[in-house]
Design a protein around this ligand. Structure first.
Ligand code: IPD
Length: 301
């Protein structure tokens, strides 16, 4: 496999995400203008897909296969059980936050990532409604709107305890037992006074888009994002951006990341993303992140 030019791939992915964003906006205007806009259910009545998701994914696939005919693609709407391999593989969600898109809640984005050997090396998340573009390539840093380096200055401050954290999490679309009741018990433990070292977390947030949650952890606006049940296309771009912003990604309790995110973690469907935190005299940034991840899992499991 020849060496990939990540700078030109990043430029391509940014242009693609911006174009996809225009299509998402236009698609929403058409839906709101039309009396007969359709709304499809996938697995159940809260797992939604629209004609715009499908059209935008088709557009993304066509552009990628024109530019990079040798690369593989795994997409939310065309997923057919493909595995993440060592080959350069684009992994994307045409609209992440489809429920928000349908309702007109502006937490909607397109999320496009590239993995090589299972490691995310390029990630772009674009919210066309807020005109916010998060992007990163491995070793080149992460940026908001291509100018503001992430994390945003001043947000790499220490996190004194889990009890001071602002944590995003989602109800998700798997609502039947045991998945949702287990999550709700964890929400209760996090927000109950006694469970986080005698304190409750500052608050939980549920924005309805995994990719936007991760982008906000990367920027420093959220301390953590915890999700059980989302898919590689929801997280690949975000994890690349998060890593470049000094954050850490964890799978289940037993698999804290100590280096590159790998395909096992991407495909694992359980994620705890922790923002960059200033090191202390006795601990590195990763050790602090691992301590908070352990505290989080001890509290919720
Ligand atoms: C969903 C959103 C949601 C998360 C789900 C995802 P979609 O993606 O990211 O926040 O909880 O797990 O499937 O369906 O809007 O593309």
């Amino acid at each position: 496999m020849s060496e990939l030019d990540l700078d030109s791939i990043l430029a391509f992915a940014i242009k693609l995400a911006l174009e996809a964003g225009e299509k998402i906006k236009a698609g929403q205007e058409n839906r709101f203008a039309s009396e007969s806009a359709s709304q499809d259910e996938k697995v159940n009545s809260v797992d939604l897909v629209t004609e715009v998701d499908k059209a935008v994914e088709k557009f993304i696939v066509e552009k990628i296969s024109e530019a990079y005919p040798d690369h593989k693609f795994i997409g939310e709407e065309s997923y057919d059980g493909q595995q993440i391999t060592d080959e350069p593989t684009w992994i994307g969600s045409p609209i992440d936050g489809t429920t928000n898109f349908i309702h007109g809640f502006p937490m909607v984005c397109t999320s496009i990532g590239l993995t090589v050997k299972g490691v995310p090396v390029v990630g772009v998340i674009y919210n066309p409604f807020l005109d916010q573009l998060y992007s990163a390539a491995k070793g080149r840093g992460a940026y908001l709107n291509q100018k503001q380096k992430l994390p945003i200055t001043g947000r790499i401050k220490p996190l004194a305890s889990l009890g001071q954290a602002l944590i995003a999490t989602e109800y998700g679309s798997e609502r039947s037992p045991p998945a949702l009741p287990r999550k709700i018990r964890a929400f209760e433990k996090l927000t109950a006074h006694t469970d986080v070292g005698g304190k409750m977390v500052h608050a939980l947030r549920s924005l309805g888009s995994a990719a936007i949650n991760i982008a906000l952890v990367a920027s420093g606006g959220l301390d953590m994002y915890w999700e059980v049940g989302c898919w590689p296309w929801d997280v690949t771009a975000g994890i690349c951006i998060l890593y470049e912003a000094g954050g850490a990604a964890f799978g289940g309790k037993t698999s804290p990341s100590t280096g590159d995110v790998d395909a096992g973690l991407l495909a694992g469907r359980k994620y705890l993303l922790v923002r960059g935190i200033a090191p202390t005299q006795s601990e590195t940034t990763l050790q602090v992140q691992q301590r908070f991840a352990k505290e989080f899992y001890d509290c919720t499991e």
